[in-house]
Design a protein. Structure first.
Length: 117
Protein backbone atom coordinates (compact mmCIF):
# COMPACT_ATOMS: atom_id res chain seq x y z
CA UNK A 1 0.00 0.00 0.00
CA UNK A 2 1.21 3.44 -0.92
CA UNK A 3 -0.23 6.83 -0.01
CA UNK A 4 1.99 9.67 -1.19
CA UNK A 5 1.26 13.38 -0.84
CA UNK A 6 2.90 16.15 -2.80
CA UNK A 7 2.37 19.77 -3.75
CA UNK A 8 3.11 21.57 -0.51
CA UNK A 9 5.34 24.60 -0.28
CA UNK A 10 5.73 28.18 0.85
CA UNK A 11 3.11 30.63 -0.36
CA UNK A 12 2.10 34.16 0.54
CA UNK A 13 -1.29 34.92 2.09
CA UNK A 14 -3.93 34.99 -0.62
CA UNK A 15 -2.02 32.52 -2.74
CA UNK A 16 -2.98 29.05 -3.94
CA UNK A 17 -1.62 25.54 -3.84
CA UNK A 18 -2.87 22.19 -5.07
CA UNK A 19 -2.02 19.10 -3.07
CA UNK A 20 -2.05 15.64 -4.63
CA UNK A 21 -2.34 12.24 -2.99
CA UNK A 22 -1.43 9.30 -5.19
CA UNK A 23 -2.45 5.89 -3.89
CA UNK A 24 -1.94 2.27 -4.82
CA UNK A 25 -2.35 -1.19 -3.37
CA UNK A 26 -5.99 -1.06 -2.29
CA UNK A 27 -9.40 -0.76 -4.01
CA UNK A 28 -9.61 3.01 -4.26
CA UNK A 29 -13.39 3.29 -4.62
CA UNK A 30 -13.93 1.25 -1.43
CA UNK A 31 -12.18 3.90 0.64
CA UNK A 32 -13.25 7.29 1.90
CA UNK A 33 -10.42 9.75 1.36
CA UNK A 34 -9.59 12.64 3.65
CA UNK A 35 -7.13 15.45 4.11
CA UNK A 36 -5.92 16.32 7.60
CA UNK A 37 -3.75 19.16 8.83
CA UNK A 38 -1.40 19.19 11.77
CA UNK A 39 -0.76 22.80 12.68
CA UNK A 40 2.34 23.71 14.73
CA UNK A 41 1.81 22.64 18.34
CA UNK A 42 -1.57 21.07 17.67
CA UNK A 43 -2.97 17.66 16.85
CA UNK A 44 -4.09 16.41 13.48
CA UNK A 45 -7.47 17.85 12.42
CA UNK A 46 -9.79 17.00 9.55
CA UNK A 47 -9.79 19.51 6.68
CA UNK A 48 -11.83 17.77 3.99
CA UNK A 49 -13.24 14.32 3.31
CA UNK A 50 -14.87 12.54 0.40
CA UNK A 51 -16.84 9.30 0.22
CA UNK A 52 -15.55 6.35 -1.76
CA UNK A 53 -17.89 7.08 -4.63
CA UNK A 54 -17.02 10.76 -4.58
CA UNK A 55 -20.69 11.58 -4.19
CA UNK A 56 -20.35 13.51 -0.96
CA UNK A 57 -17.72 15.88 0.36
CA UNK A 58 -17.29 17.47 3.78
CA UNK A 59 -15.22 20.54 4.60
CA UNK A 60 -14.08 21.95 7.91
CA UNK A 61 -15.80 25.31 8.44
CA UNK A 62 -12.71 27.48 8.14
CA UNK A 63 -11.89 26.20 4.64
CA UNK A 64 -15.38 26.20 3.13
CA UNK A 65 -15.44 28.30 -0.03
CA UNK A 66 -11.64 28.30 -0.27
CA UNK A 67 -10.65 24.61 -0.52
CA UNK A 68 -11.97 22.07 -3.01
CA UNK A 69 -11.37 18.34 -2.76
CA UNK A 70 -11.60 16.21 -5.87
CA UNK A 71 -10.63 12.74 -7.04
CA UNK A 72 -9.53 11.02 -10.23
CA UNK A 73 -10.56 7.41 -9.87
CA UNK A 74 -8.64 6.38 -13.01
CA UNK A 75 -5.44 7.53 -11.29
CA UNK A 76 -6.40 6.52 -7.70
CA UNK A 77 -5.58 10.07 -6.75
CA UNK A 78 -7.23 12.79 -4.71
CA UNK A 79 -6.50 16.49 -4.80
CA UNK A 80 -6.96 19.45 -2.52
CA UNK A 81 -7.16 22.78 -4.31
CA UNK A 82 -6.45 25.51 -1.77
CA UNK A 83 -7.22 29.11 -2.67
CA UNK A 84 -6.99 32.37 -0.75
CA UNK A 85 -4.60 30.77 1.72
CA UNK A 86 -4.25 32.22 5.20
CA UNK A 87 -1.44 31.91 7.77
CA UNK A 88 -3.78 29.73 9.84
CA UNK A 89 -3.69 27.16 7.02
CA UNK A 90 -0.02 26.49 7.79
CA UNK A 91 0.77 22.92 8.76
CA UNK A 92 1.63 19.44 7.63
CA UNK A 93 -1.10 18.06 5.39
CA UNK A 94 -1.78 14.34 5.46
CA UNK A 95 -3.82 12.16 3.17
CA UNK A 96 -5.88 9.38 4.73
CA UNK A 97 -7.61 6.38 3.18
CA UNK A 98 -10.30 4.77 5.34
CA UNK A 99 -11.93 1.50 4.33
CA UNK A 100 -15.72 1.52 4.40
CA UNK A 101 -16.00 -1.28 6.96
CA UNK A 102 -13.42 0.36 9.17
CA UNK A 103 -10.92 -2.50 8.89
CA UNK A 104 -8.07 -0.60 7.26
CA UNK A 105 -6.71 2.91 7.60
CA UNK A 106 -3.73 4.23 5.65
CA UNK A 107 -1.76 7.45 6.00
CA UNK A 108 0.77 9.23 3.87
CA UNK A 109 3.95 10.87 5.13
CA UNK A 110 2.56 14.39 4.76
CA UNK A 111 3.43 17.48 2.77
CA UNK A 112 4.25 20.81 4.42
CA UNK A 113 2.25 23.94 3.63
CA UNK A 114 3.54 27.25 4.94
CA UNK A 115 1.58 30.48 4.42
CA UNK A 116 3.70 33.48 5.27
CA UNK A 117 4.78 36.88 3.94
Amino acid sequence: VHVVESGGGLVQPGGSLTLSCVTSGFPFTDYAMSWYRRAPGLGRALVAAMTGTGGSTHYENSVKGRFTMSRDTSKSTVYLQMNNLEPADTGMYYCNAHEGWGRYDYWGQGTQVTVSE
